[in-house]
Design a protein around this ligand. Structure first.
Ligand code: C2E
Ligand code: MG
Ligand code: MG
Ligand code: MG
Length: 293
């Protein structure tokens, strides 16, 4: 990569600047190609939504989070962490985000009526027409607003913009729930929790991952759960991978869980199978029979 090129350029002196420049040029070209591919992907519909179960503590499956995938014709499945930042940079995120919202609502409309769908929003989707877009997506497939949850990150509120708050309030007035995603990372400020009445806080995976080994992670998870309880905000833990994390989160009183322990994100065609496996009110780790003595 560029770091290696830079290292070589430094180690070998000026002669290697050309090598470094060539390397940069290669990366720029790769990025330009990916941008062209992304434009084509928007036009020809190369995106797909995968779904990951949301598990309500003690109650079982409560819905699914929609997670974007790009089926690249040559490169195969591309992760959103790779193409969403690019889509944001080149102005394609609104089109992609609108598609994802419509697709997710339409998919959810065919699920059992007690299951909701959670959709991620980019900060760049916060334009004046957003609330109308949400209302339209619901109307188009007849999904009740109460079955849609939108996930935003703290960066949405960074702008300290009354217009953003107004949009959030308009969406919430439709009956759609708003969750704060990746809580505890980035520019966390507890002040955000006063500026908007969030329905849910999703504790970031990094804290969940560390909570069974590191006292500081456990302390943070415990504090966020306490905060949620006093403010009347539901607390969700993402990135639950082990039975030990699962047990610890139940013990701490976490309201909702999500992670590879229950299921990885899967294509829409596998919803029925996941509902069958998880939707019976039994959480993994709880179905072992007590050992007979
Ligand atoms: P996110 O919204 O925080 O979604 C959770 C991410 O964690 C997903 O990655 C999911 O696959 C992953 N994950 C879930 N459980 C586990 C676990 O137990 N262990 C580990 N290691 N990972 C787990 P994914 O699907 O790659 O998505 C990454 C991010 O891309 C999302 O983070 C979200 O910020 C963004 N994204 C995905 N879909 C959309 C979309 O439709 N619109 C926008 N704006 N962003 C999206
Ligand atoms: Mg999310
Ligand atoms: Mg998250
Ligand atoms: Mg994330």
């Amino acid at each position: 990569g560029a770091d290696l090129a830079l290292y070589r350029a430094k180690a070998d002196g000026r002669g290697n600047f050309q090598f470094f420049a060539r390397e940069m040029d290669t990366r720029m070209q790769a990025r330009r190609r990916l941008e062209q591919d992304l434009r084509l992907a928007v036009r020809t519909g190369q995106f797909e939504l995968y779904y990951q179960p949301l598990m309500e503590s003690g109650a079982g499956l409560s819905g699914f989070e929609a997670l974007l995938r790009w089926n690249h014709p040559e490169r195969g499945l591309i992760s959103p962490t790779e193409f969403i930042p690019l889509a944001e940079e080149v102005g394609l995120i609104s089109a992609i985000g609108r598609w994802a919202m419509q697709r997710a609502c339409a998919d959810a409309a065919s699920w059992p009526s007690n299951l909701k769908v959670a959709v991620n929003l980019s900060p760049l989707q916060f334009r004046p027409g957003l609330a109308a877009e949400v209302a339209e997506a619901l109307q188009a497939c007849g999904l009740p607003a109460s079955r849609l949850e939108l996930e935003i990150t703290e960066s949405v509120l960074l702008q300290d913009d009354d217009a953003v708050l107004a949009i959030l309030h308009r969406i919430r007035a439709l009956g759609v729930r708003i969750a704060m995603d990746d809580f505890g990372t980035g520019y966390s400020s507890l002040g955000y929790l006063r500026r908007f009445p969030f329905d849910k806080i999703k504790i970031d995976q990094s804290f969940v991952r560390g909570m069974t080994e590191q006292a500081d992670c456990l302390a943070i998870v415990r504090a966020v759960i306490g905060l949620g309880r006093s403010l009347g905000i539901a607390i969700h833990a993402e990135g639950v991978e082990t039975a030990a994390q699962h047990q610890a989160l139940l013990r701490e009183g976490c309201d909702e869980l999500q992670g590879y322990l229950f299921s990885r994100p899967r294509p829409a065609s596998e919803i029925a199978g996941m509902v069958q496996r998880l939707g019976i009110g039994i959480l993994p780790g709880q179905h072992e029979e007590p050992a007979s003595r």
